[in-house]
Design a protein around this ligand. Structure first.
Ligand code: TA6
Length: 334
């Protein structure tokens, strides 16, 4: 049974499933709750800053994170869109720096799930920084309608991302001119007991771009990927294939923490998001990050699902959908 936004107002007031609170620096945040899980999401960047099951926090948040306009929150799940890394616009794009609108809220009491849809449309801020050069060479505005749907379940979290190129083909002589081109990544910071206690499964045999070795394409020879220095890798095409054992032998992407005796399984639509980033800043980079504690690298690892190596290209009125789920401990649907 779904509640409408109006009906939710009463539930919101009672705070039974959804609360709207003032968070850090007085920024608005939503708190979603089920009987055994909770999730906190700032309107700023539609940024998830907490995901708990059975009161265990699965996401890392830097104690030095800022909560200012036009600056990304450090930790949780930063939304990297429409650009990953450096490029034509600011590093990692603008989605994590903008306030998003609340588009819809639904509670399914039977399934015990709480869902919030956030909306980002092109706006003055994005129009200033993200134009497209159509074939005639004139600058046009990339117009888009992006929905970010967060669904909290009692023991896992679903993240869905839909993008529509809302450019009307009338604004150019040919549709091919107004292509909406973007990269996307869920830049998730996982809370861990200690970096020496963890490893990542599911990457063996994959090729990765090693950003710590001149972007050299390298093959992953380890079944367990451990972090022993600054690590910044984009694993390419991490999809089930014959060589990785499709079916019963397939090793899903998992973060194993032998310190806390927990594991997290990451599932995702690998046709639309085939790339996986593994990042830890280690000692020197941590010292250079003003919104990150010098020793916080011990307690976090980023495993980021996205479409990075091959940007998505949408023609006018074309849409893109994808989904990524975070399943703590034994809740793996694979
Ligand atoms: O995803 C890894 C990465 O691209 C690293 O190179 C590092 O820059 C990290 O993202 C954090 O980027 P940020 O802009 O959030 O400081």
């Amino acid at each position: 049974m779904n509640f409408s936004l109006e009906q939710l107002q009463s539930l919101w007031n009672k705070g039974k499933y959804i609360q709207v609170l003032k968070g850090n620096n007085d920024l608005s945040k939503l708190v979603l709750k089920t009987s055994t899980s909770s999730c906190e999401i700032y309107i700023h960047g539609a940024h998830i800053t907490s995901f708990k099951t059975n009161s265990i926090e699965h996401l890392f948040m830097s104690e030095k994170s800022g909560f200012q306009d036009m600056k990304a929150i450090r930790g949780g799940v930063p939304l990297i869109w429409p650009q990953f890394g450096n490029g034509k616009i600011q590093t990692h794009g603008f989605a994590r720096n903008c306030d998003w609108e609340i588009h819809k809220a639904l509670v399914d009491e039977k399934a015990q799930s709480v869902q919030i849809e956030f909306l980002l449309r092109n706006n003055d801020y994005s129009d200033k920084i993200w134009n497209c050069n159509i074939t005639s060479g004139k600058e046009a505005i990339n117009s888009f309608h992006t929905i970010y749907r967060v669904t909290l379940h009692p023991d896992f979290l679903d993240l869905e991302f839909d993008v529509k190129n809302t450019c009307t083909s009338g604004s150019s002589s040919s549709d091919s001119a107004n292509i909406l081109e973007f990269q996307l990544a869920f830049h998730t910071y996982y809370q861990i007991s200690n970096i020496e206690n963890v490893y990542v499964l599911g990457l063996e045999g994959r090729e990765y771009i090693d950003k710590m070795n001149n972007h050299k394409i390298t093959k992953e020879l380890n079944d367990k990927v451990q972090i022993t220095n600054e690590t910044d890798r984009v694993y390419l095409n991490v999809v089930p294939t014959q060589s990785t054992g499709v079916g019963k032998n397939y090793q899903p992407l998992q973060l194993i923490d032998n310190g806390s005796k927990t594991s997290i399984t990451l599932t995702y639509d690998y046709q639309s998001m085939p790339d996986v980033v593994v990042w830890n800043p280690w000692i020197e980079k941590s010292k250079k990050m003003e919104d990150f504690g010098d020793n916080e690298y011990h307690n976090m690892i980023c495993i980021e699902i996205g479409t990075i190596n091959t940007p998505v290209k949408l023609s006018p009125n074309q849409s893109f959908q994808t989904k990524h789920s975070i399943l703590p401990s034994n809740k793996s649907s694979l």
